[in-house]
Design a protein around this ligand. Structure first.
Ligand SMILES: Nc1ncnc2c1ncn2[C@@H]1O[C@H](COP(=O)(O)OP(=O)(O)OP(=O)(O)O)[C@@H](O)[C@H]1O
Length: 370
């Protein structure tokens, strides 16, 4: 493994990066640091113009993967192609890639406009063109009026806007963002990711956004890739990873989830205390039904021993007020815990039994024993 300098590269030429959005393919990527395997046979596909979030716990290899794409890190094995051409031997400045890091790393002695335009200036672009392009970018990232300020006169969010503008001024075909907003407060984070999404949509650049914040990933990206110990362990659209995850690990990663063991037979999922219809084609046999607490609803009818529709009978154990909803802790007859988020005022009383509806379109059955 060879390491390259971990700095933004303002000397990059705009010509190196211009053009339409790129397709990126990573195959069998391996990066080791001594005895640590940071990236372990990783495959990743970024379609032209897509917006992908790379998500996973601390140390799972997100930044290392980004470093390889940016050319800051050389892998031990594997391939990385941009539009079917290998980029692994290209130095960072010749890759069609823009990079925004957690820390903006601006030049303290240059004002905002000069920081943004640095790359163009180094490439020998005439001053008039630099001014025009910087002015356009200043507007796109909403930094109007701040061009003459120095970095120390900016807020954290404004500094990241400058870093974003600097990366985008080169018109990269791939934009890499490594937790760019993790040091900002929550409201500003939402504003900044909305800005990034808008810029992506306007400029159509293939974007890879590294974060460990699930909500951020699901909110901003078209596709989420879940990494664990250097490997891809799940992925899909935000709706898929949330509602129809391919594995229990993915289901659990995206927040609290109920897991009910049972069997699929005759187009229905049968649990110890009720049944739910399942989509045609769901394989028969043992399975685990996964459903989020907020998807459960209180059944309207009387409690009976046999579930007629898509509901289960539960014993209510505990009810907590959570401001916007009630958190109801309940259990099936076999002791399986179920959590439901129900509207405030729902008639649920600890120590009684009730029926909870499992809306089929919010349920997903994973095959196999638990
Ligand atoms: N330069 C390095 N030298 C030695 N080990 C490293 C180096 N860089 C990363 N690692 C190790 O490689 C693994 C992956 O690190 P990486 O920074 O890619 O993870 P990450 O998912 O980005 O984590 P975080 O969310 O905390 O930034 C970790 O175990 C880390 O300690």
């Amino acid at each position: 493994m060879r390491e390259r300098r971990a700095q933004p590269r303002p000397q990059d030429t705009p010509e190196a990066a211009s053009g339409p959005a790129a397709r990126v393919r990573v195959r069998d990527l391996v990066v080791r640091f001594g005895a640590t395997t940071a990236v372990d046979h990783l495959d990743l596909d970024l379609e032209p113009g897509s917006f992908t979030a790379l998500l996973g716990p601390s140390g799972c290899g997100k930044s290392t993967t980004l470093g390889v794409l940016a050319g800051l890190q050389h892998p031990d094995a594997g391939t990385v192609t941009v539009d079917d051409r290998s980029v692994l031997e290209s130095p960072p400045e010749q890759r069609p890639v823009g990079l925004v890091l957690q820390k903006p790393l601006l030049f303290p002695h240059l004002d905002v406009a000069r920081n943004i335009g640095f790359g163009l200036r180094m490439a020998g672009v005439p001053r008039s063109r630099e001014r025009a392009e910087v002015a356009d970018m200043v507007q796109r990232v909403r930094l109007e009026g701040l061009g003459p300020r120095r970095p120390h006169e900016l807020s954290g969010g404004q500094e990241q806007r400058v870093a974003l503008a600097r990366a985008l001024l080169r018109r990269p075909r791939v934009l890499l963002l490594d937790e760019p907003f993790s040091q900002l407060d929550p409201e500003l984070r939402v504003e900044m990711r909305t800005l990034v999404r808008r810029l992506h949509d306007e400029l159509g650049v293939t974007t890879l956004f590294v974060t460990h914040d699930r909500e951020e990933a699901v909110d901003v990206a078209d596709r989420v890739v879940l990494l664990d110990r250097g490997r891809v362990v799940g992925g899909g659209t935000p709706e898929e990873v949330y509602t129809r995850p391919a594995t229990l690990a993915t289901a659990r990663y995206f927040g609290p989830v109920n897991e009910i063991a049972g069997r699929v037979a005759d187009g229905r999922f049968w649990s110890v205390d009720g049944t739910v219809s399942v989509p045609t084609g769901t394989p028969a046999g043992p399975g685990v039904l996964v459903v989020r607490p907020e998807s459960l609803q209180l059944a309207g009818g009387a409690v009976g021993p046999v579930a007629a529709a898509n509901d289960v009978q539960v014993a209510v154990k505990e009810v907590r007020f959570a401001g916007t909803h009630l958190v109801v802790e309940a259990a099936l007859a076999d002791g399986t815990a179920l959590r439901a988020h129900l509207p405030v005022g729902s008639p649920v009383v600890p120590g009684t039994s009730t029926r909870l509806v499992l809306p089929p379109d919010r349920c997903h059955v994973l095959g196999g024993e638990r």
